[in-house]
Design a binder for this molecule. Structure first.
Ligand SMILES: *Cc1c(COP(=O)(O)O)cnc(C)c1O
Length: 366
């Protein structure tokens, strides 16, 4: 069986280093807000090319706290609108609605699967305060047009960079393009912790200070609470693991690019729609193909020993969690959710496994 993602194998590559830093943390007697977090924040900020990185408990909290910070600063208030792609992972949308802001779902581009920037302007109202772009599957969502729209309507741009760490747009990394960005280090992400972790990056001193305080009980000085914050901190042990794994991220992303290139050049089945995008602008968190006969394709791949996943099977607006949107029609998102299949992609796949995936996909007959 070719696994969709062999996490054990990924982390095993660095087992000696990971065990060493874990025992250092145990022996240090210091488990939160210590020097390992500080080192990771500095390393990550330098890697992304941004002034501040603030550790958070997970990616959802990173996004949630960016918006909470904007509300605390007075940039947004309850009921204001945030534009978000309709086909994103539910976390992007939850971060908005959890702050009693209104998510405004916009259809993606059928070729890139990222928000269709040409549709944004017609969704802007006098309550719109921000656009949340999601670099979905690892592919950059950015353009000059997007910057122009934000400037013209005085909107913040928040990047959901959970899936695209390391991706580059015109020599700048995702996470440094907008006003603030949320990252996830969920174990399966391109930079994965061994548990939950996340980060906010921003060039704004005000945002950085506010997010840091809000994630630590609204406090800058211990037991002095300026805001009604929450508890969302990145553990020392996860920071230590992430410091180890960050060194290998570029090499792992390069391997993902090689595999994606091989898939794109060698999958020739006419019934399969390949993803667009290559080069620096895609770090291939996921390799997503489409088929109008998905059920048969899934069955065929399974019979050939290939594990697949669907990202995502149900669009946000069809989930029970957002039942008020269930009657909405978003045909492009719905088409994507009906047809997508993720092929295995990970830095630890072997040549023989990659070839086996290609031949299984190519032998699919509709
Ligand atoms: C993983 C993910 C998140 C949330 O990250 P967690 O660390 O799981 O909270 C947010 N947005 C997108 C697009 C994701 O893929």
């Amino acid at each position: 069986m070719i696994k969709f993602l062999n996490l054990k194998k990924i982390n095993h590559q660095y087992a000696d280093e990971l065990k060493k830093v874990a025992s250092e943390v145990i022996d240090s007697g210091h488990y939160l807000l210590g020097e390992r977090l500080k080192t990771f924040e500095d390393n990550l900020a330098a890697y992304i090319g941004v002034k501040h990185a603030i550790g958070m408990a997970n990616g959802l909290d990173a996004l949630r706290l960016i918006l909470k910070a904007y509300m605390q600063i007075g940039v947004m208030q309850e009921g204001d609108e945030v534009i978000v792609p309709a086909n994103t992972y539910i976390a992007s949308v939850l971060a908005i609605s959890d702050n009693r802001l209104k998510p405004v779902l916009v259809e993606p581009d059928i070729n890139t699967y990222n928000i269709d920037i040409s549709l944004i302007e017609k969704h802007i109202t006098n309550r719109t305060k921000a656009i949340m772009v999601v670099h979905l599957y690892g592919s950059v969502c950015w353009s000059e047009k997007l910057e122009e729209i934000a400037r013209k309507h005085n909107l913040k741009i928040i990047e959901d960079n959970a899936q695209a760490i390391g991706a580059i747009y015109k020599s700048k990394k995702t996470g440094s393009l907008g006003d603030a960005a949320g990252f996830s280090f969920y174990p399966g992400k391109n930079l994965g912790a061994l548990g939950d972790a996340g980060v906010v990056t921003t060039k704004s001193d005000e945002m950085a200070e506010m997010v840091r305080a809000l994630g630590n009980y609204g406090s800058k000085v211990k037991y002095v609470n300026e805001y009604r914050g929450l508890n969302s901190r990145l553990d020392e042990i996860q920071a230590a693991f992430l410091n180890v794994k960050l060194k290998y991220l570029d090499a792992e992303n390069e391997r993902r690019k090689e595999i994606a290139k091989y898939y794109c050049e060698n999958i020739t089945n006419k019934h399969i729609i390949l993803p667009s995008g290559q080069g620096q602008s895609h770090v291939w968190h996921l390799f997503v193909v489409r088929s109008s006969e998905r059920a048969n394709l899934l069955k065929h791949l399974q019979e050939n020993g290939i594990q697949t996943l669907l990202h995502y099977p149900i669009p946000v607006h069809k989930q029970n969690a957002y039942s008020e949107w269930n009657a909405m029609s978003l045909p492009i998102s719905e088409l994507i959710h009906r047809e997508v299949v993720n092929l295995p992609i990970s830095p630890v796949m072997e040549e023989s496994e990659i070839e086996k995936v290609v031949s299984a996909v190519n032998s699919f007959k509709s």
